[in-house]
Write a protein that binds this ligand. Structure first.
Ligand code: URA
Length: 423
């Protein structure tokens, strides 16, 4: 196998064979194909796309780069990436309370979007680099675990994910499909739900693009024998109020305590209901919603989250409080129209809450609290958002946030969060 010839073939828009994809991915996972050649192939795929067969081969070869976990009644959800999306932190313990096993393999921040692993690492001591034996042990004992791809589980994605983040090769349907599905299929799941986001803070800006991605994900899951459904959810504004790492852990804790923003609960509940129905734990969506609410109201979901954090070495008693924050105010009165949500994610990276290059350290305290939503009426000088982070950075980022929130004269209707279901 000559990697440069395979890169050239994709660069020229030709279809790669399974053998070529297998040799490239396995070589990359073993460290024989260097990062720069993988990055070049990722760019060629980004520009030229992949056929369904190529995407399936890429997914299967990335899956085959590591072992597959095996348990019974295992479920998971994965999001295609958004801003303020902390649903995994709530859903994993919630589903474990319903008797399901949740061996969740999550990711770090990608492009402007936040990553579940980075959020959880805001909890002092929390480990996201568990060995296969630890993942199996914690899932069996506690019922849920949230960890990263490793040298044993989907190692090809572990390496390619980090490369894509810094080589502008993220928003590609085949690369997103193979990245998500290789991790999820490694868990040997019974059922999977995907949260496919569209809008200004998502990789897929249009509903049509998100629909195409959802079909690619769902058909890959079904082809591999996993009951897979997807919800298309709006990402034209952050999910909930908090965006960042530490602040999102606090907001997830609020939801687990039965408080917090309604939209975060709505998306979490609907994703959870998909899995309770798919696995037969609930007879229909209404019964599933009731069950999920009960697990929150009884305090069991919060207790399960604490148990998982403890099992992964985290110490919630040492979780830092949210800082005082710096206000971003409206330069004029009117109605909140568009929000450039991706720019909010980039602002978090500027504050130190995300990475500009592979291996950058994260400042978990960097964050943002949105104080307005699309459709809200605001007065001149009213607070739009609060910024958390080091003072020299917040003053630099303030104008970026203000410019991301468009205030118009005409009123705007708020958008529904969940727009479509794909089966
Ligand atoms: N989440 C992933 O795990 N991979 C992607 O490519 C996008 C979102």
């Amino acid at each position: 196998m000559t990697p440069a010839l395979i890169i050239a073939k994709k660069r020229d828009g030709l279809e790669l064979s399974r053998e070529e994809i297998a040799a490239f991915v396995q070589g990359f996972a073993r460290g024989e194909v260097p990062d720069y050649q993988m990055a070049a192939l990722a760019m060629a795929v980004y520009l030229r796309g992949m056929t369904t067969e190529e995407t399936a081969a890429l997914t299967e070869e990335m899956l085959a780069s590591g072992v597959r976990l095996s348990w019974r009644k295992k479920v998971d959800k994965h999001s295609t990436g958004g801003i303020g999306d902390k649903t995994s932190l709530i859903l994993a313990p919630l589903l474990a309370c319903c008797g399901l096993a949740v061996p969740m393999i999550s990711g770090r921040g990608l492009g402007a979007t936040g990553g579940t692993l980075d959020k959880l690492e805001a909890i002092p001591g929390f480990r996201t680099d568990l060995s296969l034996a630890e993942v199996q042990d914690i899932t069996q004992r506690v019922g849920c675990v949230i960890t990263g791809a490793s040298d044993e589980i989907a190692p090809a994605d572990k390496k390619l994910y980090a490369l894509r983040d810094v080589t502008a090769t993220v928003p590609s349907i085949p690369l997103i499909t193979a990245s998500i599905m290789s991790k999820k299929l490694a868990e040997s799941l019974d059922a999977l739900v995907l949260d496919v986001k569209f809008g200004s803070g998502a990789f897929m800006k249009s509903l049509a693009g998100a629909r195409q991605l959802a079909h690619s994900l769902v058909s890959t899951g079904r082809r591999m024998g996993v009951r897979t459904t997807a919800l298309l959810t709006d990402m034209n504004q952050p999910l909930g109020r908090m965006v960042g790492n530490l602040v999102e852990v606090h907001e997830a804790l609020d939801i687990l305590k039965g408080r917090g923003p309604a939209d975060v609960w709505e998306v979490t509940r609907e994703l959870g209901a998909e899995l309770l129905v798919s696995t037969g734990v609930a007879t229909d969506a209404d019964a599933a919603r009731t069950r999920l609410r009960e697990e929150i109201e009884s305090g069991r979901a919060l207790a399960k989250f604490r148990e998982m954090v403890l099992a992964q070495g985290g110490d919630l008693a040492r979780l830092p409080a949210i800082g005082k924050g710096v206000n971003v105010t409206a330069r004029r009165g009117g109605c909140v129209g568009e929000i450039e949500t991706e720019r909010l994610g980039l602002a978090i990276i500027e504050l130190g809450g995300g990475r500009k290059k592979m291996g950058d350290a994260i400042d978990h305290s960097a964050g943002l609290e949105m104080l307005v939503r699309i459709g809200d009426t605001v007065q001149r000088g009213q607070r739009l958002a609060k910024l958390f982070g080091p003072e020299e950075k917040t003053s630099h980022v303030k104008p970026l946030i203000a410019s991301a929130i468009d205030i118009q004269d005409s009123p705007r209707d708020p958008l529904p969060r969940i727009v479509e279901r794909i089966e």
